[in-house]
Design a protein around this ligand. Structure first.
Ligand code: CTP
Length: 403
């Protein structure tokens, strides 16, 4: 899956012949799973039509401060558009637009949006050989790069003027790859390895029955997805769930019992930078699983249960450089119990879900958490989707890793 999947891309197209290639570029972004909105400068409209780009991007195309066909003069909000974007790309970027971007000129909608955007901005220059070589153009490149913008280098080849040399816009496939590589390179958890346990465990009573619990595994799978999106190498060790692997790049190990989860976790732990235990591990298992289905021969049936190993506590005794994160689901004396587990299991922080909070818990789509750190700090979060909660937890881990 592309790192662009789910990202919001604002494509600014300026008036150069390479503008016709932006139709292909938009298609590539959409195929990579991105959302795309396009802004055309007035000059760009002579090279590529708004209809082409709105059809391909499946979004309205912007080219002026007001909606063209609206007699009430409803304005296009450049600030909102700038904030919407996860990244902005100006391609082709003509010498004229680049000089305006370098000096803060905002005399068209694209430039005003560029000035409002807070996201990373890429630009792909396209111009004729002599314009490209001109010292003022070079200076503009340097100025824009010094502002934190990223230049996608132009290539050499035949130019629209008939001359041959530097100044051709990079090909759409190369622009896509350049941006993907640049994002991957800058992801916060790049080169970090994270192990996550998730879901319930099933403890066999006989070949058809088990002791289990209602954990859906959702929280752990969302954590895996967010850690992966942040650039980490992820191993997800999950008990039985109906959930699919959020991303083929995640190594998913499916297990049944606590003992299997324990074995898989310990086998992988030494290499990890972070381990998050979100699984609802069965504390006990039947001492002996019957080899044949148990028949109802007697009025009463007694099962002898024995303790399962505590996976997280074991990691706590083995940890060296690793950051260790646990969960606590409590109904009473929440903080006290959670702090007890934090200490006993040698964790860096524990995520407390209180069953007393509405919107928190096992089967719910949402969660409400409080994070308790080993140094006594606490952070309380509001009711959020499990995806947003996962993002918050991964962000806390990111902060710890970069402390
Ligand atoms: N955990 C684990 N292995 C176990 C039991 C729990 O890794 N055998 C992990 C869970 O994934 C979670 C944390 O430990 O991160 C929860 O701690 P635990 O003491 O098991 O909480 P409860 O099961 O709620 O404990 P208790 O029933 O004692 O309240």
């Amino acid at each position: 899956m592309s790192v662009l999947s789910g990202r919001k891309i604002l494509l600014g197209v300026t008036g150069g012949i390479a503008a016709y290639k932006t139709a292909f570029l938009v298609r590539l972004f959409i195929k990579a799973g991105a959302q795309v909105k396009v802004i055309l400068t007035p000059a760009a409209k002579a090279f590529v039509t708004p209809l082409t780009l709105s059809t391909l991007s499946k979004n309205e195309v912007f080219s002026s401060f007001t909606k063209d066909d609206d007699e009430n003069g409803l304005w296009n909000n450049h600030v909102e558009l700038g904030l919407w974007a996860d990244l902005m790309l100006v391609a082709p970027a003509t010498a004229n637009t680049l000089s305006k971007m370098a000096t803060g000129n905002s005399d068209n909608f694209l430039l005003a949006t560029y000035l409002s955007a807070k996201c990373p901005v890429y630009f792909a220059p396209a111009m004729d050989l002599d314009m490209f070589k001109h010292p003022s153009t070079k200076e503009n490149f340097n100025t824009l790069i010094s502002f934190g913008n990223v230049m996608i280098p132009a290539t050499s080849g035949e130019l629209a003027s008939g001359l041959s040399g530097a100044g051709r816009m990079a090909e759409p496939e190369d622009i896509l790859r350049f941006i993907e590589d640049d994002i991957a390179e800058k992801l916060p958890l790049k080169n970090k390895k994270i192990l996550i346990t998730a879901g319930p465990t099933y403890e066999a009573i006989d070949p058809v029955r088990f002791i289990g619990n209602h954990s859906s595994g959702k929280m752990g799978f969302e954590l895996a997805a967010e850690a992966y999106a942040a650039g980490a190498e992820v191993i997800l060790i999950s008990g039985p769930t109906h959930l699919e692997n959020p991303n083929d790049g995640i190594k998913l190990i499916r297990v049944q019992s606590a003992q299997e989860m324990y074995d898989a976790t310990l086998e992988n732990f030494d290499d990890m930078d972070v381990a998050i235990a979100s699984a609802a591990v069965s504390d006990y298992r039947p001492k002996q699983a019957a080899s044949q289905k148990i028949k109802k021969n007697n009025e009463n049936l007694q099962l002898e249960l024995v303790r399962n190993p505590d996976i997280l506590a074991t990691l706590g005794t083995k940890k060296k450089h690793q950051i260790l994160v646990g969960f606590a689901l409590e109904t009473q004396n929440e903080e006290e119990n959670a702090l007890g587990k934090l200490e006993q299991k040698n964790l860096d922080f524990i995520v407390l879900n209180s069953l007393n909070d509405t919107g928190a818990g096992f089967r719910s789509e949402t969660n409400k958490i409080k994070i308790l750190y080993k140094d006594g700090r606490q952070k309380t979060f509001g009711v959020k989707s499990k995806k947003e909660v996962a993002r918050d937890i991964i962000e806390e881990i990111n902060l710890l890793l970069h402390e």
